[in-house]
Design a protein around this ligand. Structure first.
Ligand SMILES: Cc1cc2nc3c(=O)[nH]c(=O)nc-3n(C[C@H](O)[C@H](O)[C@H](O)COP(=O)(O)OP(=O)(O)OC[C@H]3O[C@@H](n4cnc5c(N)ncnc54)[C@H](O)[C@@H]3O)c2cc1C
Length: 381
C-alpha cells in the first residue's frame, strides 16, 4: 500500500508505536512491530491516562493544536480499537477539574478560563459550594475550581492491551527482539537487524520512547535528543465514583478508574533511567493528596510505580521523516503521549504512505537549534 516498496517496521511497542502500526495495518500496509520488552508497558503503562491539553497549559501553539486535534480524534480512535480488539479502553470525556485552595490560585483559574473562552473551549468556574457538591471528597478548605469540559481520561493500560490485540487482528506482527540495529546507506534505510536475522524494510519508525536516542545503527543527524523524565505514582483503593472527575490539586492530580482504583500522580524528575519508587516521591505525592483531601487518608495503597517520560529540550515531540529516506521518528511525546497517540498515528501513517508531512513540520528533527538567553539551555525553533 505505501509507495516505499516494502514493509513498514516499527521499533517500540508503546502506545505510540502500536497506534501507528494499527493505523497503517487498517490502511492495508504490511507492518511488523519489534520491542525488546512487553508491548504496552514502559511509559504507556505507567501514565495516568489524562487527556487534558488545556489543563496542562501548553504554551507552544503548534503543540497545543496538535494535542487538541488528538483529543477530538479520541472517540473515533477508541471505537476503531474496540471494534478490532473487543477490549474497551474506557474513554471518559466528562471534563477535568482544577481545584484552587486560595484566592490567588482561584484568580489564576479565572484568567485561564478567560483565555480558554477566547479559544472557544467550554469551561465552568465552580464556586466553593458547587465544587464540593461535584467532588465532596475535597477538603472543606477548597476555595473553588475550574471544570474544563471535553477533557478527560482513558485507561491507558487497557488501551495498550486493546492496541496489541487490534494490531494482531488487522494483521500487524508484533515480535520481541533484544538486539535491534537499523541498517541504512548514506541515503536511505535498508532494513532492521534482529535476533532472528535481517528484515528488509521500506520504512522504519523509531518509536522507542525515552530510549529513542539509543537505537543502534542510526546516523547522528537522525538521533533525537531525548531525555528520560521520571514520574512516580501510586494507587488507592477507593469506592467507585468517590472521585468523579480527574482532578488537579496543588502538587498532584487524582484520576479515578471505573474499577475503583484512584491514581495519584505524578512526580517529575531528571534521574536518568532510574525507575525506582522512592520514599521521597511517595512522600511528596501523599502530602499533596492528603493536604487537598484528608478524606483519602483511610484508603489502602494498592500499588506504586514509576515510568520514564520521553522528554525533549523544547518540550515538543520529534515526528516525521529524517535526512535518511525511509527512516522516521515518532518519539519525545513527554507528558502527553497517551493523549497524542491518535493524531500521531494518523499523521505518521500519512507521512509514511504518501509523504504528506506538512502538519508534522513543527516537530521535525530539522528544527534549528538555538541557544536561549538562559545559559545552558538549548531550544529548538
Ligand atoms: C508517571 C507518568 C504519568 C503520565 N501521565 C500521562 C497522562 O496523564 N497523559 C498523557 O497523555 N501522557 C502521560 N504520560 C506520558 C506518556 O505516558 C508518554 O508520553 C507515552 O507513554 C510515550 O509513549 P511511547 O510509546 O513513545 O513510549 P513507551 O511507552 O515508553 O514505549 C517505548 C517502547 O520502546 C521500547 N524500546 C525502547 N528502546 C528499544 C530498543 N532499542 N529496541 C526495542 N524496543 C525498544 C520499550 O521497551 C517500550 O516498550 C505520563 C508518563 C508518566 C511516566
Amino acid at each position: 500500500m505505501n509507495d516505499r516498496g516494502g514493509d513498514v517496521v516499527v521499533v517500540g511497542a508503546g502506545l505510540i508505536g502500536l497506534a501507528i502500526a494499527f493505523e497503517l495495518a487498517e490502511r492495508g500496509a504490511t507492518v511488523r512491530v519489534y520491542d525488546r520488552g512487553e508491548p504496552g508497558r514502559a511509559a504507556s503503562w505507567a501514565g495516568a491516562g489524562m487527556l487534558a491539553p488545556y489543563t496542562e497549559r501548553l504554551t507552544d501553539e503548534a503543540l497545543l493544536e496538535f494535542c487538541a486535534s488528538s483529543l477530538r480524534e479520541y472517540p473515533a480512535f477508541v471505537e476503531r480499537v474496540l471494534a478490532a480488539s473487543g477490549i474497551d479502553p474506557r474513554l471518559r470525556l466528562d471534563g477535568v477539574v482544577h481545584a484552587a485552595f486560595n484566592d490567588a490560585d482561584l484568580q489564576a483559574l479565572k484568567h485561564h478560563a478567560q483565555a480558554l473562552a477566547a479559544r472557544n473551549v467550554a469551561t465552568e468556574m465552580l464556586d466553593r459550594l458547587s465544587l464540593l457538591a461535584a467532588e465532596p471528597w475535597l477538603g472543606s478548605h477548597v476555595a473553588g475550581g475550574l471544570l474544563v469540559n471535553g477533557e478527560g481520561r482513558v485507561d491507558n493500560r487497557r488501551l495498550g492491551r486493546a492496541l496489541v490485540s487490534a494490531c494482531q487482528t488487522r494483521g500487524a506482527l508484533i515480535d520481541r527482539s533484544s538486539a535491534l540495529r537499523v541498517e541504512c546507506d548514506e541515503r536511505r534505510v535498508l532494513g532492521l537487524r534482529t535476533d532472528l536475522g535481517f528484515v528488509t524494510a521500506g520504512a522504519i519508525v523509531n518509536a522507542c520512547g525515552a530510549w529513542a536516542s539509543q537505537l543502534q545503527g542510526v546516523p547522528p543527524a537522525c538521533v533525537p535528543p531525548i531525555e528520560p523524565i521520571k514520574g512516580e505514582m501510586f494507587a488507592l483503593a477507593a469506592p467507585v465514583d468517590f472521585v468523579r472527575h480527574a482532578t488537579w490539586v496543588l502538587g498532584a492530580y487524582l484520576v479515578p478508574r471505573d474499577d475503583g482504583r484512584l491514581l495519584v500522580g505524578a512526580t517529575m524528575e531528571s534521574a536518568g533511567f532510574d525507575e525506582r519508587v522512592t520514599a521521597h516521591g511517595m512522600h511528596e505525592l501523599l502530602h499533596a493528596a492528603l493536604s487537598a483531601a484528608p478524606s483519602l487518608r483511610s484508603f489502602a495503597v494498592t500499588e506504586s510505580w514509576a515510568g520514564l517520560r520521553p522528554g525533549t529540550p523544547d518540550g515538543l515531540p520529534f515526528l516525521g521523516p529524517t535526512p535518511i529516506d525511509g527512516f522516521f521518528l515518532a518519539c519525545g511525546h513527554y507528558r502527553n503521549g497517551i493523549l497524542l497517540a491518535p493524531a500521531t498515528a494518523r499523521l505518521m501513517a500519512d507521512a509514511i504512505e504518501t509523504k504528506t508531512d506538512a502538519e508534522l513540520r513543527p516537530f521535525s528533527i530539522d528544527r534549528r537549534r538555538t541557544e536561549e538567553s538562559s545559559p545552558g539551555r538549548t531550544t529548538y525553533v
